[in-house]
Design a protein around this ligand. Structure first.
Ligand code: MET
Ligand code: ZN
Length: 757
């Protein structure tokens, strides 16, 4: 009989109860007891969903108060010295995640290629199982009558994704000689944990090892095998070794050298299917087949799934008892449930959120076990549009502006009358409480469209005047009409669906609501012209038209699994291209196309990175290739890891790019040591993620450091990112300092752009 399992049902809650509970506790609006009991309620609900959807193996320990990597750090005693002043356990736990008045929070970073962020463990070489929360969670479920299977991040992933301090520099363990000892030491603690579980009656455990899909060095395999020997010492539990987000690297070596009972694979990656067929499985092992996609909210094709499972079963001569059906990865990357949405049934018929994915998994099981007379004809209905032709068109594209940068830029500068060190901002200005109130009043129909538009126009008027008064050179309209830089476009384009409650955790209590691209993307009307043209009409200074780039819209949305991402990006790019040309027609001289998620789509496997990066920069060029020589194209990115991508960013051929530099304390500047970037660039001089007002001197320091690698004639002065999360009290003095810094630089290095150009 085929059985099922799944894990990481989204903890956010249908109505974001998790967020509410956390934030109420942080704001001291509820007591600790209330907080804990609310969390237990959410956990119970999770169990309920699992059991009602017919899962055979219900997991535990896939719930957390903040982050599961943080849970491991906490449990294994990886608690940095700087938090030693905190007595209360829960305070300590949250301080590690969020910092307190005395100690800085631990670093947070992107989890694989998802939009989830985890708290980076800090290692000092010592591990000690302090508090067996896995057992605690299991016992709680047991009290409720469930014999659950704990799921836990495995030792290789835990160590690989942490960091270790080496002479005041943080390094990845794999970059140091400590890697083996860290891994073996933590393995002992995992072993202690397993022994305690075993003694208390636990029968199965699942190790999630997503880091097994990364391109790590082969020489680490021996360390991994030795670590798992230690983990398994005197352990009789049934062990699942699970991986996802890509195909398992070193497939054959792993299956031959680690003593597991069940191997979990993400079958949405063809390489996994090929490998399992090629190498088979050691005798008596079970296979956990992850086929229900968790990276997209679309219905999985059960007919294809059935055939694929049949094929694997035959090739490996497995009995159905040896096959466990599962979701392809953690469910937490999907929203909770469709039940509160109000979609057109034609569309919602194609969709599944987490709860519905579990039902779909159950359906697949019933089909395979012969207990369902499911009608497969439905599966063929929605064959996606023919994209082969589009793929061919994309392949043939070779977008290029008519004039090289050097010819364009000097003329742009002249016609825009830009001084040396032009000052600008990234686009958004503070989204005040009043603004958000007006927006929700408008959405709920309490105020009319014209009243709302009038309010937005008043804001634009205010911000244009403010920027003029401050003496900024290139103005923006403030983005007041946009709640979110992707959702705004999603609401205007055809083919997109915006949800009301489709929240997905990004980190801690913060959740995002990705739009769903369910059909062909099309622009039916201008999207940004009205506000931009109005703003430009208020000033003689150049004002930037603001767009979100194709790669960012793509990467921050859900897409259909059966259409190549390139095709969807191309459709978005076509829409943006029309918008760009309309902005130009409306006499807008500078157009900024933000690509903050450019790096985010980077594939996990080295071998796939080049194609992605080449495509990403090509599609950007495609959007802007037809603009005039005098139209200045800007782009913006806000992260500091540039090393492996800087040449592709150069290939985008934007006239000017603004990027983050101050948050990373100028580390990014070193990327330009190796790569001569000779287009205009604004390395952010003000960290907008902090409420602090930076001094003129700090800003000058970042600028001066940049001049080691970047021509002064190409240097712009701007913040790290948009100002929407800041308050005017911080924004105004900071901008004043920024203008002052530019003035000082001009005094020192001249007023006019000249020289190398
Ligand atoms: C995350 S990048 C944000 C860019 C956008 N133009 C803004 O200023 O908010
Ligand atoms: Zn940004």
């Amino acid at each position: 009989m085929f059985r099922t399992t799944a894990s990481y049902f989204p903890r956010i809650g249908l109505k974001r109860e998790y967020k509410q509970n956390l934030e109420s506790y942080w704001e001291k609006k509820i007591s600790k007891e209330e907080f804990v009991s609310n969390m237990q309620e959410i956990q119970k609900h999770r169990l309920d969903v699992y059991s009602k959807s017919g899962l055979d193996y219900i997991v535990c320990n896939d719930f957390t108060y903040y982050d599961f990597m943080l849970d491991l750090s906490f449990m294994f005693g990886c608690i940095p010295e700087r938090f030693s002043h905190i007595q209360d356990e829960l305070d300590l736990y949250f301080a590690m995640a969020r910092g307190d008045s005395k100690a800085q929070a631990q670093e947070m970073t992107k989890w694989f290629d998802t939009n989830y962020h985890y708290i980076v463990p800090e290692f000092d070489g010592h591990f000690e199982l302090k508090n067996n929360t896995v057992l605690k969670n299991w016992l709680e479920d047991k009290k409720l009558g469930y014999d659950t299977t704990p799921v836990i991040i495995g030792p290789f992933t835990f160590i690989s994704l942490g960091k270790i301090n080496d002479n005041n520099k943080w390094l990845k363990p794999s970059q140091t000689k400590e890697f083996r000892s860290l891994l073996l030491n933590v393995a002992k603690q995992y072993n202690t944990l397993l022994i305690q579980l075993q003694e208390n009656g636990v029968r199965r455990i699942c190790f999630d090892e997503p880091a097994f899909v990364l391109d790590y060095d082969k020489s680490f395999l021996k360390d991994i095998f030795d670590a798992y020997e230690i983990v398994k010492k005197n352990i009789f539990l049934d062990i699942t070794l699970n991986s996802y987000y890509e195909s398992l690297s070193y497939f054959n070596e792993i299956i031959e050298n680690i003593n597991f009972d069940t191997l979990g694979l993400d079958f949405t990656f063809r390489e996994n299917v090929e490998n399992v067929i090629k190498f088979g499985l050691p005798k008596d092992k079970k296979l956990q087949i992850g086929l229900i996609g968790t990276r997209h909210p679309f219905k999985d094709n059960l007919n294809e799934a059935k055939q694929l499972i049949g094929l694997v079963q035959k090739k490996l001569s497995l009995s159905s008892d040896q096959m466990i059906l599962s979701t392809a990865g953690p469910l937490m990357h999907l929203p909770v449930s469709l039940e509160l949405e109000n979609f057109d049934p034609k569309i919602s018929n194609k969709l599944l959120f987490s709860k519905e994915k579990l039902q779909h998994l159950n359906l697949l099981k019933n089909i395979l076990n012969g207990r369902s007379d499911y009608d497969f004809s439905d599966e063929q209905l929605e064959k996606d549009e023919n994209y082969e032709e589009t793929l061919l068109t994309i392949k043939k594209l070779n977008p290029k502006r008519a004039h090289p940068f050097k010819l364009r830029y000097i003329e742009q500068v002249k016609s825009l009358n830009l001084p040396k060190f032009p000052t600008t901002t990234i686009g958004s200005f503070p989204q005040t409480k009043e603004l958000r109130q007006k927006r929700s009043q408008f959405i709920s129909g309490k105020i009319s469209e014209s009243e709302y538009n009038q309010y937005i126009n008043d804001q634009i008027k205010y911000i244009v005047k403010l920027q003029e008064d401050l003496g900024i050179d290139v103005l923006v309209h403030g983005e007041f009409e946009r709640s979110d830089m992707v959702e705004f476009f999603a609401q205007k384009l055809e083919g997109f669906l915006c949800t009301k409650h489709g929240w997905v955790i990004s980190y801690g209590s913060r959740a995002i609501r990705p739009p769903i691209i369910y059909g062909k993307v099309k622009r039916t009307k201008p999207m940004t012209i009205k506000e931009i043209v109005y703003a430009q009409s208020l000033t003689k200074k150049p004002l930037k038209g603001m767009l979100t780039g194709p790669i960012t819209i793509l990467n921050w949305s859900f897409t259909r699994p059966n259409v190549p991402k390139e095709v969807i990006a191309y459709e978005i790019a076509l829409a943006l291209k029309e918008e760009v040309m309309d902005l130009q027609k409306a006499n807008i001289k500078i157009i900024q196309i933000d690509e903050p998620a450019f790096r985010e789509g980077l594939p996990l496997k080295e071998s796939k990175k080049k194609d992605y990066l080449e495509f990403a920069s090509k599609i950007f060029r495609f959007v802007v290739e037809d603009v005039d020589k005098l139209t200045q194209i800007h782009t913006h990115m806000c992260y500091s890891e540039f090393d492996e991508i800087v040449n592709y960013i150069y290939e985008m051929d934007a006239d000017c790019i603004s990027i983050e530099a101050s948050r990373s304390k100028g580390d990014i500047i070193s990327s330009f040591e190796k790569f001569k970037y000779d287009h205009a660039i604004g390395l952010g001089v003000w960290d907008i993620h902090s409420p602090r007002v930076p001094s003129v001197e700090e800003m000058l320091e970042i600028a001066e450091r940049s001049f080691m690698y970047i021509d002064k004639n190409l240097f712009w002065i701007n913040p790290d990112c948009g100002l929407k999360t800041r308050k005017y009290e911080e924004v105004i003095p900071s901008l004043k300092n920024m203008i002052e810094a530019a003035k000082i630089l001009r005094k020192k290095y001249g007023e006019k752009i000249e020289g190398v150009l």
